[in-house]
Design a protein around this ligand. Structure first.
Ligand code: PEP
Ligand code: MG
Length: 955
């Protein structure tokens, strides 16, 4: 960590020119043991690339990435040159701060210097400073005021222990931008000081950016080191800023008024006692948000537009969260609140506009902000969410012939030369010319990009694409973002630097939401941000190759895709991203084959390298040899023909060449989907995902509504069997109107059967509706996420009890095998269940410990991994030993390479998306049961999924 201290300062140095000064600095850094002599070259090269002059008589010479290996230890050396050194272009340096750093730690130094750089006439003062102490004072700038306002106080927090309270205090400081992320960990190491009356005090200077004080109290009595805890002060200490507060607090404690703080229920009381900034009394109004999917992009946009119509400040916050209020005029800030249905929005407005603005906003929210809404019944709100961030790492380029896995985001087989568009490295000065000039630059760039986006909107044929760009435009016009940038320009930074910082921090806030859809809007923000930055930095887009190509990017923005001409772009390949990103939606809308999340290595591929994208198997081949390419072309054509033939035979049963029949059914989520599935050849419904029925309603559908939905499916099946899964929410599938407490690992938390057993009234209503709808038709009910025998028994007993009331004649009860423990216990469970249905999507994620939605790892979560196959094998053997049947209803069942293995393992039924039924049936017909069994035996002994796939292909 770079910090400034007296020992690092060398006063009154002399250098005739810049290169002598650099040598002097390098010698000192070497003498201090920070770098090897070779670092001088780095200092020189860096100056060649661009001057390190910061302004105000300061330069910060540092090395290049190539000379990082010359750095032994991170550190700095400050050298005062009272006679000045010409740093080029007539810029005179009086203080050079030589940096030895292995990474971009000079940014931290810039942060430390920001205040000093904002002051006038620093250069002359640095020149005449006569002691290291004076110099350091000048660099640290005017003392900052202690941040202490309503946002820094959180009372009655639901915390388990003292550590959690400390963490919450540190979090307030982080949100106020007083400290870096590591501050919570720093505080946990510091010894807490008891102030009496249950009040405690913690402070540290480490990672502090500006001084601030947070005060937090627990909602229930806590004890720490044997003493009560009623409140905790967390101080981010910098200089003397907290002195006055400390004196006031001491006086308060001596007067015996400490309890007032610990018992306060209102931050105003605390602020008045401590002398903090007491908020102005602005009128406020509250309303419960009723939109089924919360305040997502469209309603938020309408809200922001409405708020912008009032001349004055309007802020809004989610009452149930600890987050501070944001501007209601800012789309990005509104989205970053992550407001969900059932939560209360609290608006406050400037007194001058409140009488008009608040009723108008409330009415708009009540009317649904452009969406149909159903009122919300009272319910508890979900807990707040914490931030997460990923750090990229450098990796080598894949070699010719390499085959990589990726997430298939848009189907097809595509080939063409790579056209690699790396996220451009925008080179811009940290300091601007002048605030006025930078403001103008920014405005020009915004106007230019606005025009570009308008063109994209008018060119967009698909409605979904056009809507995305309207949102982009809204982001561009977001006053919260632009005001923030403009404010930063006043401190002398360049427009590019200010814009980049503001966009990046807004995107990070967005990513921190635990709602994948909202978090993906970070990509949209960065997309808009890049466009503006490119214009500010004069970066031109690289010209497209003439022949159809494969576009390779880090994370493709929706506008990148929509700009593409599907005639010229054969496919898209990205290093990061998931299948639900806007860009994937755009790619599917345009019919461009896309693989996403292939890892950073694809960015190292040289433009022009031939690529083969197989979005059927989620596989990329780099520089495929001629025969691979020919095979792919042949496969693409053969597949088209096969699909045609399969479609013609879709209504025939799936029987292997040696007469073994495999039932092929459909997975549906929508009760209206049955006729289409039957028309595709479904022999039944193998998985009705009932949570989708629940999600389609704004409130849990009552028994009669559900009964009608299930009845419709059974009617449409005309005697074919229906396998229904009871409500499976939690994990990555939240129900907007059924908030679940925040969990560190929702996939390992309360989901599936665990959740419904906690809400038996919901489960019972569903079971009753199913039994009533069935009558004498074949109904199979299965329970999701069963991991313990007790869960199964509890669920079964509930059905058996209801069955006494509502008789049905053809009912089977089973479980989904999605948790490895269920497969391992299959010999026990098989004695009691009527059937198993293997949910390979979850079974794979739990067996391989890979989050199924992980942006970079999910491609490795391949259900053909032998470990997963072993679990399926155990399940089938146990079931057959007791005369029970086994289906597979995860995505694996539709994979043409998996069908032979699953049939070989003895799986009796495959349940797949309706459009895959003809192909799956055709695959079965190509097999012999004996051959499939031998293949499965080999697959079970393979070392990995890739080997299994190779085995199947080599058949
Ligand atoms: C599965 O996990 O394989 C499955 C079918 O369930 P879902 O994908 O709905 O979690
Ligand atoms: Mg599942």
């Amino acid at each position: 960590m770079l910090e400034l201290s007296l020992e690092q300062i060398s006063m009154a140095q002399v250098a005739a020119d810049k290169s002598t000064a650099l040598e002097l600095i390098a010698n000192h850094l070497v003498a201090d043991g920070l770098v090897a002599p070779g670092y001088l070259k780095g200092l020189q090269d860096r100056e060649q690339q661009g001057s390190t002059f910061l302004g105000q008589g300061i330069a910060i010479p540092h090395g290049t990435p190539q000379t990082r290996d010359q750095v032994h230890t991170t550190g700095v050396r400050l050298m005062q040159f009272p006679d000045g050194v010409d740093w080029g272009d007539g810029q005179i340096v009086y203080l050079a701060i030589g940096i030895a750093a292995k990474s971009d730690e000079h940014l931290r130094l810039l942060q430390l210097l920001t205040r000093a750089l904002g002051e006038d006439d620093l250069g002359p003062a640095l020149r005449t400073a006569s002691t290291p102490e004076d110099l350091l004072k000048l660099l640290q700038g005017a003392p900052q005021e202690l941040a202490l306002d309503a946002q820094m106080i959180s009372l009655g927090l639901s915390v388990e222990d003292f550590e959690e309270l400390v963490w919450r205090g540190a979090r307030l400081l982080r949100k106020a931008d007083c400290v870096d992320n590591g501050f919570a960990a720093v505080l946990q190491q510091v010894e807490a000081l008891s102030l009496g009356d249950g009040l405690w005090w913690l402070h540290s200077e480490q990672t502090v950016k500006r001084p601030g004080l947070a005060f937090v109290t627990p909602d229930k009595p806590l004890r720490y080191l044997g003493q009560p805890v009623t409140g905790l002060f967390c101080l981010a200490s910098l200089g003397e800023a907290h002195q006055a507060l400390l004196e006031r607090l001491c006086a308060l404690l001596i007067e015996g008024r400490g309890q007032e703080l610990g018992q306060a229920t209102n931050s105003r009381v605390v602020l008045q006692a401590l002398g903090g900034e007491v908020p102005a009394e602005w009128p406020s109004a509250q309303i419960v948000l009723a939109n089924a999917h919360g305040l997502h992009a469209r309603p938020a946009k309408i809200l922001a537009q409405l708020a912008k119509g009032f001349e004055g400040e309007i802020r809004v916050r989610v009452l149930e969260s600890n987050d501070s209020a944001v501007s209601a005029k800012s789309l990005s800030k509104l989205l970053s609140m992550g407001a969900r249905r059932g939560q209360t929005l609290e608006f406050v407005a400037e007194p001058g506009i409140a009488a008009d603005a608040l009723p108008a906003l409330l009415a708009a929210v009540q009317e649904g902000l452009g969406e149909e809404v159903e009122p919300v019944s009272a319910m508890p709100a979900p807990a707040p969410v914490e931030a997460a961030q990923a750090t990229p790492r450098a990796v080598p380029a894949p070699q010719a012939g390499a085959v990589l896995s990726a997430v298939a985001a848009s189907p097809g087989i595509a080939m063409g030369p790579a056209h690699v568009q790396l996220t451009p490295v925008f080179d811009y000065p940290a300091q601007g010319e002048s605030p006025a000039a930078e403001r103008q630059r920014l405005q020009d760039a915004l106007a230019f990009v606005r025009g570009e986006i308008e063109q994209l909107i008018s060119r967009s044929q698909a409605k979904a694409i056009g809507e995305i760009f309207v949102t982009h435009q809204e982001m561009l016009d977001d006053p919260e973002l632009t005001d923030d940038v403009m404010r930063r320009l006043d401190s002398g930074v360049s427009a590019a630097s200010a814009w980049n910082e503001v966009i990046e921090s807004a995107a990070l806030r967005q990513e921190a939401l635990n709602d994948p859809l909202l978090a993906e809007r970070a990509a949209d923000l960065r997309d808009v941000g890049r466009r503006v930055l490119a214009h500010l930095c004069g970066v031109q887009q690289a010209a497209e190759p003439d022949q159809p190509y494969v576009l390779v990017m880090d994370e493709v923005g929706p506008s990148d895709v929509a700009r593409l001409d599907p005639q010229r772009v054969a496919g898209i390949l990205t290093a990061r991203g998931g299948a639900t990103a806007h860009s994937a939606i755009v790619a599917r809308a345009l019919g461009i084959t896309a693989l996403v999340g292939a890892g950073e290595q694809v960015l190292r591929i040289a433009s022009g390298t031939p690529l083969l994208l197989d979005a059927q198997r989620g596989r990329l081949t780099v520089a495929p040899d001629d025969s691979t390419l020919q095979r792919a072309i042949a496969e693409r054509d053969a597949r088209a023909q096969r699909l045609q033939a399969a479609a013609a035979a879709r209504l025939e049963p799936a029987v292997t060449r040696d007469g073994h029949r495999v039932e092929v059914c459909a997975n549906i989520g929508d009760s209206t989907g049955t006729p289409a599935a039957v028309a595709q050849g479904a022999e039944g419904i193998g998985l009705l995902r009932t949570e989708l029925l629940f999600m389609a309603h704004n409130q849990a559908p009552d028994e009669a509504t559900q009964e009608a939905e299930y009845r419709r499916v059974l009617d449409d099946l005309q005697g074919r069997p229906l396998v229904v899964r009871t409500l499976d929410v939690g994990g990555d599938k939240p129900l907007p109107y059924w908030p679940i407490d925040k969990e560190e690992n929702p996939f390992l938390g309360v989901r599936g059967i665990r959740l419904t057993l906690q809400r038996p009234e919901i489960m019972e209503a569903q079971l009753r509706a199913l039994l009533r709808a069935a009558g004498d038709r074949p109904l199979r009910i299965m329970f999701p996420m069963v991991g313990r025998v007790e869960e199964w028994r509890q669920a079964r007993d509930m059905v058996e009890r209801l069955r006494g009331e509502i008789p049905v004649s053809d009912l089977q009860l089973g479980i989904m095998v999605e948790v490895p423990s269920a497969a391992l216990l299959a010999p026990v469970l098989a004695q009691e269940v009527d059937f198993f249905s293997v949910g390979t999507n979850d079974l794979t994620q739990y067996a391989l410990a890979i989050d199924r939605g992980h942006p970079t790892l999910s491609a490795q979560a391949d259900g053909l991994h032998p470990a997963v196959l072993q679990l399926i094998d155990m399940t089938v053997k146990a079931a057959h030993a007791h005369g029970k049947w086994v289906g597979v209803c995860g995505e694996l069942a539709a994979d043409p390479l998996a069908v032979p293995v699953l049939v070989g393992l003895g799986v009796d039924e495959l349940s797949v998306a309706a459009r895959s039924i003809p192909e799956v049936k055709a695959c079965v017909r190509e097999l012999s049961q004996e051959g499939a069994r031998a293949l499965a035996r080999d697959a079970l002994m393979a070392a990995g999924a890739a080997e299994v796939r190779a085995l199947v292909e080599a058949r």
